[in-house]
Design a protein around this ligand. Structure first.
Ligand code: GTP
Ligand code: MG
Length: 204
């Protein structure tokens, strides 16, 4: 799939105010600073579409971007940023959970995970929550340019072993680098396939 047009639509704190649910939607979530906004910019080939930062806690709202006038990408705030105040953390948690549990056109949630790390309990618990609530998700490993190929494989194997302690199978996953633009084509074809499924379900 080629992205010809990507434009910012709206930012919200409440899922009820998000755009009409008649288009397929894909949201990006994960720990603060994992690279959600950067991945959206890399996928759309637009450096300034989503706001990125070297400091965690940059994205604080539910941000909708309309792609090819046809479907949405959604940039969500990160979780697990310890320096945010408790009040803010509780507010973010409620905002994200309400969105995830109620958004009917959310076709797939991309859970971003830093490819350099072993499975973190916060990510594991979050994915357990998704699974228990039947929220479809796919893991996206980020920043693979930050390590050599053999280290990447070693880290991934360790991650997989840890994950399989709690999970029957490893959820679907992609390996990406927003800097080197690795894995983006694969991710876009996956979205394209899911879009086709969404369109057929709308027609029937
Ligand atoms: P919050 O909105 O704060 O939750 O963060 P985020 O997950 O949106 O992360 P963001 O895209 O703002 O990126 C955080 C930092 O990681 C920035 O300094 C990016 O330049 C860097 N970064 C993101 N993706 C990559 C990548 O693929 N490779 C490398 N080397 N750096 C990356
Ligand atoms: Mg962000």
């Amino acid at each position: 799939m080629i992205i010809k047009k990507a434009s910012f639509v709206i930012s919200n704190t409440n899922y009820k105010l998000c755009p009409n649910e008649n288009k397929a939607e894909y949201a990006f979530i994960g720990r603060s600073n994992v690279g959600k906004s950067s991945l959206i910019n890399a996928l759309t080939n637009n450096k300034s579409l989503a706001k990125t930062s070297g400091k965690p806690g940059k994205t604080q709202l539910i941000n909708h971007f309309l792609i090819n006038e046809d479907w949405y990408m959604v940039d969500l705030p990160g979780y697990g940023y310890a320096k945010t105040s408790k009040v803010l953390r509780v507010r973010f948690h409620k905002m994200i959970n309400d969105y995830l549990l109620n958004r009917k056109n959310l076709i797939c949630l991309f859970v971003l995970i830093d490819s350099r790390h072993d499975l973190q309990s916060i990510d594991n618990e979050f994915m357990q929550f998704l699974s228990e609530n039947n929220i479809p998700f796919t893991m996206v490993f980020t920043k693979i340019d930050k390590q050599g190929k053999s280290t990447l494989i070693k880290n991934f194997n360790k991650f997989k072993t840890t994950m399989l302690n709690d999970w029957e199978t490893l959820p679907k996953h992609f390996m990406t680098s927003s800097i080197k633009k690795t894995g983006l084509k694969e991710l876009l074809s996956y979205i394209s396939e899911l879009n086709t499924g969404f369109q057929s379900s709308q027609e029937s």
